[in-house]
Design a protein around this ligand. Sequence first.
Ligand code: MG
Length: 220
Amino acid sequence: QKAKPEDTEVWTPVPKVVAPVTLPGAPPADAIILFNGDNLDNWVSTRDTAQKAQWILAGDAFMVKKGTGNIQTKQAFTDYQLHIEWRIPQNITGNGQGRGNSGVFLGGWGKGDDGYEIQVLDSYNNKTYVNGQAGSIYKQKAPLVNSNLAPGEWNVYDIIWTGPRFNADGTLKSPARITAFLNGVLIQNNTEVQGTTVYIGKPSYKAHGPLPIKLQDHGD
Ligand code: MG
């Protein structure tokens, strides 16, 4: 039989109509708004997930309250596109890993730093190990370039997270993947994640389902 053009046309399912972003930083119509500029209602403390996040509202942003611990979303996710804007204080002091250190755990659990961290740090003019600078998958993969803005300016992360998949027996089926832009510049290109972030030693996987997004109180 002779092949026809119609043989390779796909008509369903039809992609959902989503109003596009018309202003920089504005959410698309189908976005889940995790922070609306007014309150932390969608966030809880990782020390007690029945407790509201104790971080500080400041204008239409919020700020780490040192010593109150990490915070996480109430909701859990598997795969997503994340838009998050972060700023290092203009009067930042310290150096290396102690200069505005925070982090976005693209999936995280527990009270501490268990999860998959993309680093937040002042890396505008601050030397540290490159797989620990802003935009790194912490201790795994340095960013492709350094597109940080100076302290006091808003940095923008646009991150595409594909969570890991596990077989029924708990073994890894497929690793997590991260594509990320910092201020519109590609910094991670479909990077394969080697496992959960560890400070000392080698990363590895253990099976889990959907996870909250967690933000780090590193004491900075
Ligand atoms: Mg960090």
